[in-house]
Design a protein around this ligand. Structure first.
Ligand code: HAM
Length: 413
């Protein structure tokens, strides 16, 4: 019986894994430059932790595991809850701000599409302890720098920045506090729904006058809002937004009042990163969540962070010709001419492996087939090892690119 991959998962063959590791190395390095430390957390968590404050959409997407005993476990659908749990366990002893990142797999039960998988990788960074706008800006600047470290520029992607307090306050002025949540849900789906269906959903949930006002609100730029008559909550949000903006690397950010973010825990700054043409789904999502730690019974701690998805990033890099190359080629291929010297050839391979990547014939092929194989591996150098080489201790090293050959003493390679 033949088995195929589970829908929405990916196999990474050597080339693809090599590319992925290159990308991860650059993201890791960007995080370290900002003083973020790498951590790791379990893939399995209690369902309760994962589902507590994430909002209905992601709750539906959690892969739960068949109950064993009375434990209801699930696969993490994002890192934010696990990080929060790990932070709370040590929060008293940790010097603030705590800045952590990780790169790992998460799982969501979604309908798979290009860039949308059921098992995917996130580069996730969180910061605990600072409620200052510069910490939001630091997170956003890290996300920008991480993408730039992959060769992307401000021509390739942009940050859509908003503030939940601003949006919630302005919506409350139109529809009242109790209707804000359902409005946020519709606004969050705006892109997915398309203009017509978005209008329909607004019209179903609100009066036509309110729906029209919401649509108008969503067209407002930052300059128009400056003199807009707004409630205290919205004013606070506007103030935070402008201060965060003042710390962000110029040229990458656009204010967009329609950014609501699906996850329920955000309290203030929210942002998403998209490719300039918005051809792919989001590259990154994040924001400030100042209530989650205390909701999980930790000591009240402000927090901000983001997650970058590898699937969309790799699609964008590929479309720009920026996917790094995997370097799988061995430095040396040792072709063995004669069974009688196989042990000496193996000993040479082991010696060279102290410094180089070395492959040697393991199939007892004839020379021509060994050379074909060495070529398919794109070996950089070739040594043909026979009785002459074994007795003289001198080998010919052929540079496979230039074709040049050089005689070298075995001990001097
Ligand atoms: P999120 O917006 O759900 O936020 O996901 C972050 C990124 O993960 C998305 O922008 C996207 O690139 C990627 N992603 C999400 N779902 C999928 C999928 N099904 N397939 C492939 N890639 C996907 C969070 O996860 C928050 N925990 C981010 C955060 C951290 N906020 C504060 N701290």
């Amino acid at each position: 019986m033949a088995f195929s991959r589970v829908k929405g998962t990916a196999d990474f063959y050597p080339e693809e894994l090599g590319v992925r590791e290159h990308v991860f190395a650059r993201l890791r390095s960007a995080a370290q430059k900002y003083g973020f430390c790498e951590v790791d957390v379990p893939s399995l968590e209690s369902f309760e932790l994962l589902a507590a404050k994430q909002g209905e959409e992601i709750r539906q997407q959690i892969f739960t595991i068949e109950k064993k005993g009375d434990e209801q476990l699930a696969l993490r659908a994002e890192f934010t809850p696990s990080f929060a749990r790990a932070f709370i366990a040590k929060q008293r002893e940790l010097a603030k701000p705590v800045k952590w990142f990780t790169i790992g797999k998460v799982w969501r039960y979604e309908r798979p599409q290009a860039g949308r998988l059921r098992e995917f990788f996130q580069f996730n960074a969180e910061m605990y302890g600072s409620d200052k706008p510069e910490s939001d800006a630091e997170a956003i600047n890290l996300a920008i720098d991480a993408l730039c470290s992959l060769g992307l520029t401000k021509d390739d992607f942009f940050v859509r920045l908003n503030n939940r307090k601003l949006l919630q306050g302005l919506l409350a002025d139109i529809i009242g506090d109790d209707k804000v949540e359902p409005a946020l849900k519709i606004i969050d789906k705006k892109q997915k729904l398309g203009e017509k269906q978005f209008t329909e959903e607004l019209a179903t949930a609100f009066s036509s006058e309110q729906a029209e006002k919401i649509k108008q609100l969503l067209t407002m730029g930052i300059a128009e809002l400056k003199d807009y008559n707004m409630c205290e909550l919205a004013k606070e949000g506007y103030g935070e937004l402008t201060r965060v903006l003042s710390f962000i690397r110029p040229g990458f950010v656009k204010f967009d009042i329609s950014v609501a973010r699906g996850l329920a825990y955000y309290t203030s700054t929210v942002f998403e990163i998209f490719d300039t043409d918005m051809k792919f789904r989001s590259l990154c999502g994040g924001g400030r969540y100042d209530k989650l730690i205390s909701m999980y019974d930790g000591e009240k701690t402000p927090a901000t962070g983001f997650g970058i998805g590898y699937s969309t990033v790799s699609l964008l890099l590929e479309s720009k010709g920026l996917l790094p190359k995997a370097d799988l080629a061995p430095d040396y291929y040792i072709a063995v001419l004669d069974d009688s010297v196989r042990d000496q050839a193996m000993a040479l391979a082991m010696k060279l492996r102290e410094r180089y990547r070395v492959e040697i014939d393991l199939m007892r092929r004839n020379l021509s087939n060994q050379l074909k194989y060495a070529n398919s591996l794109k070996a950089k150098k070739l040594i043909v090892f026979g009785q002459d080489e074994a007795s003289s201790g001198i080998v010919k090293v052929k540079d496979m690119e230039s074709g040049k050959e050089e005689k070298v003493k075995v001990g001097e390679i």
